[in-house]
Write a protein that binds this ligand. Structure first.
Ligand code: 3HC
Length: 289
């Protein structure tokens, strides 16, 4: 089983990144959004990410045009009809994902693999909302998707093994490193990563400065400090992951800090909203809140 055409539903930060990875890998890609405005934003996400590569001399303008040309941007689920795989990357709400899978059920062929990029919901629970639980596989990319090599491929007790194997193979063929694992809150990477990110927010709350926390970890050799990384991931996503993992692990390191909850409640969601632990004028500029 191989995939010649792959759909992505939801072209926010993660969905657009996934569409870019697929198109860069030579795969005919269909990117679906809810309306024209969201679709334009999704297209702009891919254009700006590939544009960054052009500016750095890593991609020619023709190469960028080829990548963008390989993605059919659409608001019509019917365009997914001949996709062998569709990856759902809509916001982390079970009801919303359920509606997407109900639509996919109507348009996709009987042998289509239906995947979710969820980072905080149970793949098993998502599968249970669908009429094809055996077709559901998790495919968890990391942010920024075009750069991060790890992709977790998650199977449930019901997932068809040939589907899981095919998705794992696709991920490998895209130059990524697949780790194929069972369904458990936080899977593997977020379970470990958030045992480190969660306490960073607690330290800030307890009076350490953001500069000291981040500088300590970059000086150790990590590419960015934990607060900068949470701002990149999105504080709403961080809160959702911490809540899901904490409910499963009971580990106090996973308990979300009150400060994190407050920032999310204020709409300070990190880079994407211009303010999180830091404030941003442009990507990468940061002043401590
Ligand atoms: N989109 C596309 N490409 C990007 C990008 C983006 N948003 N951000 C950076 N890049 C590319 C650059 O173009 C550059 O590519 P090149 O090497 O081919 O020229 C490369 O990444 C390095 O970028 P920069 O030199 O501008 O910046 P850095 O060297 O500081 O790297 C970083 C930026 C790659 C984001 C690096 O800081 C990093 O690896 N940070 C950690 C990210 C991480 O841990 N992500 C996982 C988060 S957990 C998650 O997503 C799970 C979810 O479920 C919560």
């Amino acid at each position: 089983m191989s995939f010649e055409k792959v759909g992505v539903v939801g072209l926010g930060t993660m969905g657009a990144g996934i569409a870019e990875v697929l198109a860069r890998g030579g795969i005919a890609t269909v990117g679906i959004e809810i309306d024209d405005e969201a679709l334009a934003r999704g297209r702009a996400n891919v254009a700006s990410s590939t544009g960054r590569a052009v500016k750095r001399g890593k991609l020619t303008e023709e190469g960028q045009a080829e990548i963008l040309g390989r993605i059919l941007f659409s608001t019509d689920f019917a365009d997914l009809a001949d996709c062998g795989l569709v990856i759902e990357a809509v916001p982390e709400r079970l009801d919303l994902k359920g509606r997407v899978f109900a639509e996919l059920d109507k348009v996709c062929g009987p042998d289509a693999v239906l995947a979710t990029n969820t980072s905080s919901l149970s793949v098993t629970k998502i599968a249970a909302t669908t009429t094809r639980p055996d077709a559901i596989v998790g495919v968890h990319f990391f942010n920024p998707a075009p750069v991060m090599r790890l992709v977790e491929v998650i199977f449930t007790e019901r997932s068809r093994k040939d589907f899981v194997d095919a998705v794992t193979e696709l991920v490998r063929s895209l130059g990524k490193t697949p780790v194929t694992i069972g369904d458990r809150a936080g899977f593997v990477a977020n379970r470990l990563l958030f045992g480190y990110l969660g306490p960073a927010a607690h330290l800030l709350e307890q009076g350490r400065t953001a500069a000291d926390i981040d500088a300590s970890m970059t000086a150790i050799g990590l590419p960015m400090g934990p607060l900068t990384l949470m701002d990149l991931i999105g504080l709403d996503t961080c809160l959702e992951v911490l809540e899901a993992v904490h409910a499963d692990s009971g580990d106090p390191r996973h308990a979300p800090a009150g400060l994190l909850r407050d920032l999310v409640a204020e709409g300070a969601l990190g880079r994407k909203s211009g303010r999180g632990f830091y404030t941003y004028e442009g990507i990468g500029s940061g002043a401590v809140v």
